[in-house]
Design a protein around this ligand. Sequence first.
Ligand SMILES: [Zn+2]
Length: 347
Amino acid sequence: MVLAATSVASSSTSAWAYYVGTGVTPDCHERLTIDALLEVVDEIEPGLIVMASSELSQNLTRYVATRYGLEHLEERHQQLAMVLFVGVRDLDTGGGAALNVVNLRHEHGGRHQQHAHCTRNEDDDYAAGDAVAVAGCRDGIVKNANRSWRASLRPAPDQIIDVPFVLDFYGGVDLPVWAPGFLLGRALHGLQDSFSHTLRTRDYRRITHVMNYTDAIGPVEDYDEARDGLRHSVAMDACSDDNAEIVRATRQATVEMIRAVASEWTTATQGAALTVVDRWIQYEPGCEYPDYCDSPWLDYAQSDESYPFTGCSTASDATPDGGGLGLVILVGLGLGRRRGRRPSATE
Ligand SMILES: [Zn+2]
């Protein structure tokens, strides 16, 4: 069983939502999550974590541990890192190959499924749309956190679930993961998107404006900034020195959410996750088009906006300048059950 990670330099493409790592985008969601986990991991009782014993789960755990320098953690904490890694990627990849652009468009372009990424649905217009989108964003995060808590109450063997996971260049597999951790990862994705897809107050505690992906990548003539909101920003999706302050706030919220959900697992009582959502995701009205209360992040957000992939206004100069390297997951599988067809060229 060989595990290999291949890093390739980032190249231009519009991407989504604090990039999930692919061959062409930096692994921003994953790094935020692993960094946050490292801050709180000592507080998480290893005995809570139910290990998936499949060879695939173990191989992927070793891959994540090697890639992010987690070999010093104990085995169960390493597997928690893997499960969070899979969960935080899931909303952007839907378990699909992150290199599959069609798959990504499907996951992100659903005109009424935008709240999972804290962006506006097609009909979330004007300031009222901000309020609706923030409420939907909160709901998605709370739902995943609640599902995590409920999963933690099941008998240990029932806490392992199979989730679809695609290894780039290899194909689809059913990956056994610890459900509470996987669902926490999904909640963290939404929480992190609530920083990269919005303008916030200067203390980053409240959201003043929600960006728009679905209209921004549609026909140019159908998009109206005053009605639809700011275009989704490729620049905001990067974890770079230029937006380090936002990334720092995002990591702080991520730390608090991991700590909160872990405390729910430990005490079997609910409520801590909602407190974190209340602390970080509230709508503050009154900062609309055209000046957005002079947000210090307006120029940055507009420096690299999402446009339709085809057509005269394609943002051909859009580059993920997060400074990170892309991520291609190639894992020697052996016993992994394949769901998709293995492309013969990569055998
Ligand atoms: Zn997202």
